[in-house]
Design a protein around this ligand. Structure first.
Ligand code: TYM
Length: 338
């Protein structure tokens, strides 16, 4: 019997250069996932408006195309999956308004990411930052998604998406499929290099905390060398996120990219120095990054090709999105759209 494939949705916002956090937790899995699932991968450019300032506008188009080219470089295949840019499918913005009206203000205030941004950012906060999760919910619900593939930091947003969908379905009519979250057990929260108690983030002001996928290997080497370990003497390379967050983070990076278990790595590093560990982390990262960058530069050179992929992807996405949005309008008692 031909079993119907589950639909997976995922997205990354092009609000800067993609990091190894994005790669390890989501992007590196997409090539394989295409075999098992019907995949929809989106470049969430509308979301990036919540954090960009005016100077960044100059780089917006570049970042969008960079992100698209990185998807391809990591093995996303437009013949197998739908790849598109969020702003090219206007149904996302339309549904966003409707879902804002099905979401309580206090639910949005409770979002950890919003609360963190409030305390970390000194500049003015726009309302989009508060409403960020309802746009995410629109992205997901438009495609009748079964599984949303994200890193750990997004779990709360997916729970909210589920709540919004359940509320809408029971209040109006059953329109939305209730999605589940797909988070990999391991590598779903890569920490900063200098401050290993906080998540690695594209927007970190301290660039020493972050490794970017398009970064020069020499720079990556320096960053890993200066990453924080601890002062245990002799060196003790074990996984212990509470007492040894820096070492644990390096072990996670190494384990996910090499496929070796943490136990095996702990055995292997017994009696070895932190410098040795850092060298091994660099070697494996470098192997992945060189491969990605090689492909990236080939795709990135041909903007017409990228725009064509985005155009075709948007057409496919729009067909599905339109259908859901029409059911939404119908359930709200609005006039049918032609
Ligand atoms: P963004 O661009 O911040 O992150 C993209 C994905 O990368 C994951 N991630 C990490 N995982 C592990 N360690 C890290 N340090 C790290 N940093 C980021 C995030 O969890 C995410 O899965 N709002 C989303 C983009 C989005 C989206 C959606 C995702 C927009 N609409 C609908 C799923 C469904 C975001 O976090 O982007």
């Amino acid at each position: 019997m031909n079993k119907k494939k589950l639909t997976v949705f995922s997205a990354i916002q092009p609000s800067g250069h993609l990091t190894i956090g994005n790669y390890i937790s989501v992007l590196r899995h997409w090539k394989e996932m295409q075999k098992k699932y019907k995949c929809i991968f989106c470049v969430a450019d509308l979301h990036s408006l919540t954090s960009l300032n005016k100077e960044d506008n100059l780089y917006k188009r570049k970042s969008i195309l960079d992100t698209l080219a990185l998807y391809l470089a990591c093995g996303v295949d437009p013949h197998k999956s739908i790849i598109f840019i969020q702003s090219s499918v206007h149904e996302h913005s339309e549904l966003n308004w409707i879902l804002n009206c099905s979401t309580y203000y206090k639910e949005l205030l409770r979002m950890t990411q919003f609360k963190n941004k409030l305390t970390n950012v000194t500049k003015k906060i726009n309302a989009g930052l508060l409403n960020y999760p309802t746009l995410m919910a629109s992205d997901i619900l438009l495609y009748q998604t079964d599984l949303v593939h994200v890193g750990k930091d997004q779990k709360q947003h997916i729970e909210l998406t589920r709540n919004i969908a359940i509320r809408f379905n029971s209040f109006y009519k059953k329109v939305f499929k209730i999605p589940n979250v797909l988070i990999h057990n391991f590598g779903s929260k890569i920490m900063s290099l200098i401050e290993p108690n906080k998540k690695m983030s594209k927007s970190d002001f301290n660039k020493k905390n972050v490794i970017f996928l398009l970064e020069n290997p020499k720079e990556i080497f320096k960053k890993i060398q200066s990453s924080i370990t601890d002062s245990d003497s002799p060196s003790k390379i074990i996984f212990d996120t509470i007492n040894k967050p820096g070492i644990s983070n390096l072990l996670v990076i190494l384990s996910t990219l090499s496929g070796k278990s943490i136990c095996k790595l702990e055995e292997y590093f017994l009696g070895k120095s932190y410098i040795y560990l850092k060298k091994e982390v660099f070697n494996i990262l470098n192997k992945h990054i060189i491969k990605i960058q090689k492909k990236f530069f080939i795709y990135r050179k041909d903007e017409e090709f990228l725009k064509n992929i985005s155009f075709k992807g948007a057409k496919k996405a729009s067909k599905i999105a339109k259908k859901t949005l029409n059911s939404v309008y119908d359930s709200l008692g609005f006039l049918e759209k032609l």
